[in-house]
Design a protein around this ligand. Structure first.
Ligand code: CP
Length: 324
C-alpha cells in the first residue's frame, strides 16, 4: 500500500488485508506485547490542521507500538498562523525525515493533493479531510462489527448481509461517507437515517437506502446502529431543527434503546454530544461499542502503518480467495 486516501477506491482484498493484519496486531496487544520492532528507524508525522483526540492519539500510540519515531504537528501554534502553505509545511517535515504523513485537514482533498503533487515522497494517510472521508474510522468500525459478529473466527470474513444503520448528520459527515463505501465493498446493507435537510444532494449515487424515520429503521432490526455527532460548528439554522426536536425525533434515548433488538450494537465514532444524538443510557449501555471502537482504532492504525511502511504481508491472499 502506497497511501490510504479513501475507502471509495479501496479494493475489497486490500480492505480485508488491513482488517486481518489488525487482528494480528490486536492479538499482540492482548498478549501484552507492548512493542513490536517492525518500524524501528521509520518516522511517522502526525500533521493535524484540525482538532482531534482519538485519531491523533491512536496514530501516535500505533506508531510507537511498532517502534517508529513520531513527530506531532498541530497547526495551532505553528507557522501556519504566519501564512505558511501546506506544501512548505509538508516539505519542512519531510526534510526532517518523515516516512509517513498522517494528515487531518479541513479541506476535502488535501491528503490526495499531498500524495499526488510530488511535493513529498512519504506515504500519506488521510486522518479526516473536510466532509470527504475518514478511512481509518470506517476500517475500525468494520473491524468492530466483524469482531462482534465472528469473534476469534473473524479473519478473512466480510460483512455480507450485515445490516448497518447510520443515523444523524450525514450531510457533514466524512465518517458516514467512508463507512458507506467500505461497508458496501464488504457486502453490508447500509441504511441512512436523518432529517431531510441533513442528507446530501448526491445521496442517490450512494449504495445506501435513505429513511427519515428512526423508529422505522429500528423496527427493521439492524445489526449495528451507528449514531453520528451533530456537527453544530458546521450547522446553519436553515437546515438544522431545534436541538430539542432533533433529540426527540432522531436521538437514541432510553425508550428507543429498549426497542432495539437485544443483540444490536450501538456505535458512535466520538466525540459524542450526550443528550443530543445519544443519551447517556445508550452511550454507556452494555450494547455500546464506543470504547471498543477506540481500542480497535489502535490495532487498525498499526495495521495501516505496517502495510504502508513495512510492505504488504500477502497482497494476493484475498484476491486469490475472491477468484475461487
Ligand atoms: N472519531 C474521531 O475522528 O475522533 P477525533 O476527532 O477525536 O479524532
Amino acid at each position: 500500500m502506497r497511501h490510504l486516501l479513501d475507502t471509495h477506491d479501496l479494493p475489497r482484498a486490500e480492505a480485508l488485508d488491513i482488517l486481518d493484519v489488525a487482528e494480528d496486531m490486536a492479538d499482540t496487544q492482548q498478549r501484552e506485547i507492548k512493542k513490536l520492532p517492525t518500524l524501528r528507524g521509520k518516522t511517522v508525522v502526525n500533521l493535524f490542521f484540525e482538532d482531534s483526540t482519538r485519531t491523533r492519539i491512536s496514530f501516535e500510540a500505533a506508531a510507537k507500538r511498532l517502534s517508529a519515531d513520531v513527530i506531532n504537528f498541530s497547526a495551532k501554534g505553528s507557522s501556519v498562523s504566519k501564512g505558511e502553505s501546506l506544501q512548505d509545511t509538508a516539505q519542512t517535515l519531510q526534510a526532517m525525515g518523515a516516512d509517513a504523513v498522517v494528515i487531518r485537514h479541513g479541506a476535502s482533498g488535501a491528503p490526495r493533493t499531498l500524495a499526488t503533487s510530488g511535493w513529498i515522497t512519504a506515504g500519506v494517510v488521510n486522518a479526516g479531510d473536510g466532509t470527504h472521508e475518514h478511512p481509518t474510522q470506517a476500517l475500525l468500525d468494520a473491524f468492530t462489527i466483524r469482531k462482534r459478529r465472528f469473534g476469534a473466527d473473524s479473519r478473512g470474513r466480510d460483512l455480507d448481509g450485515v445490516k448497518v444503520t447510520i443515523v444523524g448528520d450525514i450531510l457533514h459527515s466524512r465518517v458516514a461517507r467512508s463507512n458507506v463505501w467500505l461497508l458496501h465493498t464488504l457486502g453490508a446493507d447500509v441504511t441512512l437515517v436523518a432529517p431531510p435537510t441533513l442528507i446530501p444532494h448526491d445521496v442517490t449515487a450512494w449504495p445506501a437506502r435513505v429513511l427519515f424515520d428512526l423508529d422505522a429503521a429500528i423496527a427493521d432490526e439492524p445489526d449495528a446502529l451507528m449514531m453520528l455527532r451533530i456537527q453544530l460548528e458546521r450547522m446553519n439554522a436553515a437546515y438544522f431543527p431545534t436541538e430539542r426536536e432533533y433529540s426527540r425525533r432522531w436521538g437514541l434515548d432510553a425508550r428507543r434503546l429498549a426497542t432495539l433488538r437485544p443483540d444490536s450494537m450501538v456505535m458512535h465514532p466520538g466525540p459524542m454530544n450526550r443528550g443530543l444524538e445519544i443519551s447517556a443510557e445508550a452511550a454507556d449501555s452494555s450494547r455500546s461499542t464506543v470504547l471498543d471502537q477506540v481500542t480497535n482504532g489502535v490495532s487498525v492504525r498499526m495495521a495501516v502503518l505496517y502495510l504502508l511502511l513495512a510492505g504488504e504481508r500477502d497482497p494476493q491472499h484475498h484476491a486469490r480467495e475472491d477468484a475461487r
